[in-house]
Design a protein around this ligand. Sequence first.
Ligand code: ARG
Length: 285
Amino acid sequence: MTDQFLMCAPHHFDVAYVINPWMEGNVAHCRQDEALCQWNALTQLIGRVADVESIVPARGLPDMVFTANAGMVLADKFILSRFRHAERTGEEAHFARWFDEHGFTVLRLPPDVHFEGAGDALLDREEALLWLGYGHRSSQACVPLLEELLDIEVEPLRLADERFYHLDTCFCPLEGGYLMYYPPAFDLASQARIQARLPAERRIPVSDADALEFACNAVNSARHIFLNRASITLAGELQSRGFTVWQTPLTEFMKAGGSAKCLTLKLTEEHPMLSRDVLGEKSVA
Ligand code: ARG
């Protein structure tokens, strides 16, 4: 099946407030024309290998372009985000309507629980496992709620560096069961849990410099990886594992604390258990 990604054009994108360290000093310093060029380039690149769906951007919601934070998808279920910051809560109604109109069952978490969607909740690409980053945006209380709603094991990871405030800024599960990540973004117990769950040959730790270029904020579709920038070393490591790396500058969005992955939300997320059954049936036939 061809992957589908939801994106939102940056017609109302801006750095209009400060809710993460990247935005500091950047209020009103975003070049809208350049942002549109960068977004178009990313959209065209992804469009070569996957389908891109779009949601109409809403005036007054400058961060709506970061569709990863709309919520999280698993099969036909969509768990709507509950943003921590008042500046972003206005996005919820727009995303709820889009997913409802596109045939998803929209599920909501209790009002006192914060959840920032596929910014913090990332499916493993090999195991039936959902990784959840907490400590900055999503609440730890999401863990049992997501396990019940989605019938999947959830592994919580505590984020420890405020520059990497969403899990997808420092952690990227890849096809084939690989993981590209920035270990110092996690507390020591979480680093140990990642190591316990994944053998060393599946882990691709990135350098400080790559992490600060948002290399972990990558879109993965089949064997393609789209990201802002990767060092020669990191690109080589990904290529040696069979990936094609596409680099496209996203500097205007980095002023708001986001890059390639934040600008997309994968809509075609099969439940790992179910997809494995389907593969099993096919191989028997
Ligand atoms: N300015 C946005 C915020 O702070 C950026 C969101 C980036 N999204 C992401 N999935 N990391 O919420």
